[in-house]
Design a protein around this ligand. Sequence first.
Ligand code: NAD
Length: 472
Amino acid sequence: MVKICCIGAGYVGGPTMAVIALKCPDIEVVVVDISAPRIDGWNSSDRLPIYEPGLDDVVRRCRGRNLLFSTDVERHVAEAGIVFVSVNTPTKTRGLGAGKAADLTYWESAARIIADVSRSDKIVVEKSTVPVKTAEAIEKILAHNSKDGIRYQILSNPEFLAEGTAVDDLFKPDRVLIGGRSETPEGRAAVAALKSVYARWVPEDRIITTNLWSAELSKLAANAFLAQRISSVNAISALCEATGADVANSIGKDSRIGPRFLSASVGFGGSCFQKDILNLVYICECYGLPEVASYWRQVIRINDYQKSRFVNRVVSSMFNTVAGKKVAVLGFAFKKDTGDTRETPAIDVCKGLVGDKAVVSIYDPQVTEEQVQRDLAMNKFDWDHPRHLQPMSPSVVARHVSVSWDAYEAAKGAHAVCILTEWDEFRRLDYQRMYDAMHKPAFLFDGRNVVDPDRLREIGFVVYSIGKPLDG
Ligand code: NAD
């Protein structure tokens, strides 16, 4: 059987390849990365570099059997017949398209490595999310840099897993999308080869084959639609709060709309939604479609508005000042069941609260103190106004932010609790115990609608649930 190599051992490359290895015991799967700590983490017996429910078990079952993690990128790429490229494609922070376009530096470098080391024909699979027409660029790089006679087939196979449910999503995907050059026999053979891998566990009718550009754009479009749905419900949530209306349940019952992804929240985060919409905006502008670009820009504007609206609500409810007041932040990850904090709304909320001189105490079951410090000190590119937003200096972080080992410790002596991630354990907390240890009035700002506001009001909390009528 052909050997599979995946360049990039991140949130996508690691779990995706682990599931392929589990489902295809006769295929050798090697995940390579230039980051030695990442590879060490994947090879470690105690803590994998990323947290995903069920992932430990999958990795343990095939690591050392047909699943390997290695920093020897050249060797394993050279030996593989199918090379997945799952490197990061963040938003460019400098130069042409800064703040919007995807930075394809890592992608290009992976393509050049493939060209350099290949001694046999290969199928190269775009797993990373890339701008539409990237395959054309990759074909050129490979064609100009390869040894004579080596041929490549490029496929686009975007990943639709969601962090927090990655393993389940990989076991039972809604669809697997494979784009290729079906106009040529070699292109058709490459699509068939990749399809035969997924067909080991994915039902035939869930494997969709299409052309390269449709597969590439489908991923951007799917993320844009998902993020747009969140911004739509969040935009309505502001109106609900102002009017006392509550509509999510009733509109979700319309079968054309459906109930999923319809919960008001403090905003979306994660490494993908914002980045992919910005990328879409840039592509629309490049193709001379400014009206379409501005439509998608608005999705991010509403998301930013929702985060600042939340901070403003906290400050205005607490008599217009949080200076010197302790605020407990429950949840820092961008969603439950992940330790990923990339673009988490908690960064903006914490920066907003500290900007008003609050003292913030954070508890998240999967996020470390180092992550919090790194995230708060990081530059954030403001794409609307091309300048860098102020990162928090280490001394400000040290004075105003601490990380607690549990929710009760975070809330002890606090004036307010803000729930920013919908971890299940936050539903089961002893809020009476928390209330007893807080200053009064004790405020609770629920940015994820995790708690039952009536129950908390009975305890004595002043409760704000996002998108719901305000507490008196
Ligand atoms: P990540 O940052 O977690 O992992 C990328 C890895 O690639 C890093 O470990 C990095 O060291 C490695 N890398 C970069 N250049 C390399 C090179 N030349 N050789 C070897 N390794 C290299 O990123 P991720 O979250 O796994 O995302 C990867 C891609 O998948 C992105 O395009 C992203 O948009 C897309 N995607 C992500 C998700 C998600 O939920 N995270 C879901 C679907 C798609």
